[in-house]
Write a protein that binds this ligand. Sequence first.
Ligand SMILES: Cc1cc2nc3c(=O)[nH]c(=O)nc-3n(C[C@H](O)[C@H](O)[C@H](O)COP(=O)(O)OP(=O)(O)OC[C@H]3O[C@@H](n4cnc5c(N)ncnc54)[C@H](O)[C@@H]3O)c2cc1C
Ligand SMILES: *[C@@H]1O[C@H](CO)[C@@H](O)[C@H](O)[C@H]1NC(C)=O
Ligand SMILES: *[C@@H]1O[C@H](CO)[C@@H](O)[C@H](O)[C@H]1NC(C)=O
Length: 512
Amino acid sequence: MPMMFPRILSNRALLFLGLFQAGWRSLASGPELRDPPKRIAVVGAGIGGTAAAFFLRQEFGTGVKIDVFEPGAIGGRLATQNIGGYEYETGGAVIHPLNLHMKHFLEKLGLSQRSEVPGKMAIFDGKELIFEESDWFIVTFLRLLWRYGFNFLRMQMWVESVLDKFMRIYQYQQYGYSFTSVEKLLHAMGGDSFLTLANQTLEEAMLGEGFSQSFLDKVVTPITRVNYGQSVRINGFVGAVALAGADPGLWAVDGGNKKVCSGLLYHSKAELIPAKVTSISFKQRSSKAGTTATFYEVNYVGDSGSAHSLYDLVFVATPLHPGKSDISFEGFSPPIPSHYPGRYQQTVTTLVHGRLNTSYLGTSEKPSAFTVSEVLTTDNKASVVNSLSSIDPVHIPPGYIRPPASASKVWKIFSHEPLSQNQLQDVFLSLDSTWEKKWLAYPTYSAPHRSAPPFILHDHLYYLSPVEWAASAMEMSAISARNLALLAHHRWHSQPGRIDQEDLHTRLRGEL
Ligand SMILES: Cc1cc2nc3c(=O)[nH]c(=O)nc-3n(C[C@H](O)[C@H](O)[C@H](O)COP(=O)(O)OP(=O)(O)OC[C@H]3O[C@@H](n4cnc5c(N)ncnc54)[C@H](O)[C@@H]3O)c2cc1C
Ligand SMILES: *[C@@H]1O[C@H](CO)[C@@H](O)[C@H](O)[C@H]1NC(C)=O
Ligand SMILES: *[C@@H]1O[C@H](CO)[C@@H](O)[C@H](O)[C@H]1NC(C)=O
């Protein structure tokens, strides 16, 4: 969601960019290790699963066979749709400038960032636009200052203080440190302050910090609505992530974000198995020598029927929640459920090629002069729409200029429920074509933060998606993938020294 509240990002966090030069093992020489696993399975080829394949290859070397199971399109919730000959993002769309794993992937894979098309943001309350960004930075700045006093400056400082702590994870991971639960990961980054944040609603946290209710209703709510389809009653941690999604400098991948997933898969030399995993069973076999070997049997169904294979290590990189997957786990004690508590939030993406009825937004500006590209909405009965954006193709052709609202062009609407033809006709003067996708997009958040499902389901069976209960974003899945590849490595080699270490921030302070 490209929004450009005027803001100057601190350069402090950028220091970390140099960190990816060397892996953690080149920083410290380790003892002799036992043989690496022979076969690894990854379930799901979204950004989480493909990043896991990439990091597992990095941790365990070239000898291990990695299979990635995916019945659908590579990319999962990163997907594009063709409208009138151009591709448009329909799922995860924008990436924060300080999402260092995503940046690193682009570098590794030889991909580039999509060219920027400047845009303007406005906020709609169901009747009219209560805020409209100006072409002039200083005018926008003064408008915000006039309306909301210092609330918005303080919001930026507040988000930045969270971001500063968040950035610590990159240093920890570069030094090979890993964590066994979402809560321990959060605690390592931000100490008790992150857990307290996750225990409160964003509203409680911000009111507690002295922000006004009107600022929460008119500025913060529209941001949580566009980014998570939910109100300010989401927990404070995911709320801060949502607010960071209003920073300047947001970017996307040239050619489509999902290109990162296919690139990671290729780079990791993993084999893609186009099949759906139906069950994972724990198997033990005793040899003549009296030792017992343990395996995971992955059962799957593809076009050529059902089959199964044995693995030493398995990564589950799809949410285990109703509507997201249906995998049964057999032979485990204690049992592993197919579904964990909590549900995923429906967000409907509607792409419309058509001409906007600017009067719907209560503006008297001429459509040919109306250049707002991003309309956020307050929580109001009058509007069924969470957000409305004029979107650009995943690849920006040279000389591209975003058409004004008077032209027929592609708009993206996020809403909670599918929109009827009548509802669309209220918003558009003409509808050349429409396309709709119902996503189970991200968790339905609440506070106190529901304790997340475990990362470790069994000895060498790992689960990547619990991180989404802290916050769902491409970068969060990448962070989880790196964390679990490190954790799987340390546990495979029985090296507890880099697992769940306390007080890393102080201990590593001198190392930068
Ligand atoms: C509309 C929308 C907007 C968003 N906006 C942003 C944004 O702007 N920025 C951002 O960072 N994030 C955004 N997100 C969130 C982001 O897309 C997700 O957090 C991220 O893509 C999750 O990746 P993942 O790999 O963990 O999961 P997924 O992408 O869901 O991947 C899981 C994969 O597992 C596969 N799978 C399921 N069951 C099985 C099985 N039994 N066997 C084998 N495979 C299976 C699925 O087919 C899927 O491909 C948005 C999401 C949506 C839906
Ligand atoms: C968060 O809430 C849980 C239970 O609701 C509690 O156990 C935990 O101590 C709380 N943590 C903090 C830091 O407030
Ligand atoms: C455009 O929207 C306005 C305000 O909602 C409405 O009165 C008008 O009828 C709409 N125009 C068309 C052509 O639908």
